[in-house]
Design a protein around this ligand. Structure first.
Ligand code: HEM
Ligand code: HEM
Length: 134
């Protein structure tokens, strides 16, 4: 029993924390459909289907942004797991760079989406939303 606990504790050093894994997979489940819906909508005209799907797209995107606000401090606090075998310095640098780019994209995609869509939500005569754009 004691041995199992020690083994588990040792192994847990090599894994992202439970909170990090939960956030990673929850966000992947939100972002991938958001991405697919966004791309699909870009092929649609200004139809009611697009309007409906864009509402879902924006909700998914804003949810991802809210979770990112939680994820960044969790990542800063928990850091990355230990390596079982130390990778080459360049490989480690590449993995950190790739992860950094993914974090930047997770921030930039919803922020850019919000910035481009917020002005259209202003319902003044002649504004984009009054002409049916969402
Ligand atoms: C929206 C999609 C995704 C995003 C934005 C994303 C982002 C990330 C980020 C930023 C990390 C590094 C974690 C950190 O350092 O805090 C990571 C790790 C990881 N991701 Fe994803 N991920 C996505 C989807 C996926 C999918 C679909 C898979 C598998 C099929 C996957 C597998 C992994 C694995 C195995 C790791 C751990 C890598 C390691 O050992 O350091 N991810 N992901
Ligand atoms: C995880 C977050 C998000 C991802 C991955 C994402 C991805 C995408 C993609 C791939 C497109 C299609 C781009 C194109 O046709 O060139 C798109 C379009 C769009 N997104 Fe997002 N998006 C995200 C969040 C948001 C948010 C939060 C909003 C607004 C609150 C938003 C608003 C829009 C709008 C208005 C368009 C349509 C632009 C147009 O065709 O006029 N997105 N998004």
């Amino acid at each position: 029993m004691a041995r199992t606990q020690t083994t588990y504790r040792n192994r847990s050093h090599y894994r992202y924390s439970r909170a990090q894994r939960l956030l990673h997979w929850t966000m992947a489940l939100i972002i991938l459909p958001a991405l697919a819906i966004g791309l699909y909508c870009s092929y649609l005209g200004h139809t009611p289907e697009r309007e409906f799907l864009m509402t879902i797209h924006k909700s998914l995107g804003m949810t991802a942004l809210a979770l990112l606000v939680l994820r960044i401090p969790v990542r800063a606090y928990r850091g990355e797991p230990d390596w079982q075998e130390k990778p080459h310095r360049h490989a480690h640098l590449a993995s950190r760079l790739a992860h950094g780019i993914l974090y930047a994209l997770m921030l930039l995609m919803p922020v850019a989406g919000y910035i481009t869509s917020a002005p259209r939500a202003v319902t003044s005569p002649g504004s984009a939303s009054s002409t049916g754009r969402t």
